[in-house]
Design a protein around this ligand. Structure first.
Ligand SMILES: Nc1ncnc2c1ncn2[C@@H]1O[C@H](COP(=O)(O)OP(=O)(O)OP(=O)(O)O)[C@@H](O)[C@H]1O
Ligand SMILES: [Mg+2]
Length: 235
């Protein structure tokens, strides 16, 4: 469904990604892992049309979408949750939910949002920018199901959140994945990401150093080599 072929990309003259190839087949979850500064966010920016690659191609559902804008990508079924939060801070929570929703499904979206994240239930009239960091993250996550996407691209949605909320976020991502939506996931919680993922891609200094099934990566020495840690059940 989403294929990145031989992507080289960066900022100005600085090359960050070198010849990166990966694919996220239909209805699967790919965990994109790597140390800080490896180029994960940059790769998601390329995939979602925020930055144009210097070379290489992006194929979405068989169509070459290289050079398309983020808006074109979202029209083609991509929902992107960037690092930080993709919400409208000056609008209320309710209005944010309505904007995230597919047409005609606004009430259902609000209902599902407060069921998934009860913390939002009492805050519908509150200005989104005044929510706590965790609440804002939950609100932004609603978009991953409210806009009925085909592929979701998420960058560290769990960053800075309490473990109990992280659990809830992973449950939500797992639910989304079971509805046939593909997910390209960047996560600091490696073990949780691999538990959810079908396949994994390990990026180091802008290059792919491993690509394969999530299970293969769990048993691979390569992970320890690049992260200096073993994948443990608790993280
Ligand atoms: N807007 C930018 N302009 C110039 N350089 C940038 C920009 N954004 C990122 N970089 C550089 O590109 C490299 C890769 O950054 P990127 O944000 O993609 O890494 P990352 O893997 O997402 O790291 P982290 O795990 O810390 O989020 C870094 O060296 C970073 O300094
Ligand atoms: Mg990043």
């Amino acid at each position: 469904m989403l294929e990145l072929e031989h992507i080289t990309a960066g900022y100005g003259d600085t090359v960050v990604l070198r010849d990166v190839t990966l694919s996220v087949p239909d209805s699967t979850v790919l965990a994109l892992l790597g140390p800080n500064g490896a180029g994960k966010t940059t790769l998601l920016r390329v995939a979602s049309g925020v930055i144009k690659p210097m070379s290489g191609r992006i194929i979405l559902n068989g169509e070459d979408v290289t050079g398309k804008q983020p808006y074109d990508m979202s029209r083609r079924g991509m929902c992107s949750l960037p690092e930080g939060r993709g919400i409208f801070p000056s609008l209320t929570v309710r209005d944010n939910l309505i904007l995230q929703s597919s047409k005609g499904k606004e009430s259902a979206t609000i209902e599902k949002a407060v069921t998934s994240f009860p913390a939002l239930a009492t805050r519908l009239k509150q200005i989104a920018g005044s929510l706590s960091g965790g609440e804002q993250q939950m609100l932004s996550l609603v978009r991953t199901f409210a806009s009925e996407p085909k592929i979701v691209v998420v960058d560290e949605v769990s960053l800075g959140l309490a473990p109990i909320i992280v659990d809830r976020i992973f449950e939500t991502l797992a639910e989304i994945a079971t509805t046939g939506v593909s997910v390209l996931l960047v996560e600091q919680y490696v073990t949780r990401a691999l538990a959810l993922a079908d396949s994994a891609c390990l990026l180091n200094r802008g290059e792919v150093v491993f690509t394969g099934s999530a299970d293969e990566l769990k048993g691979d020495e390569i992970f320890k080599r690049y992260f200096g840690i073993e994948i443990s059940p608790i993280q």
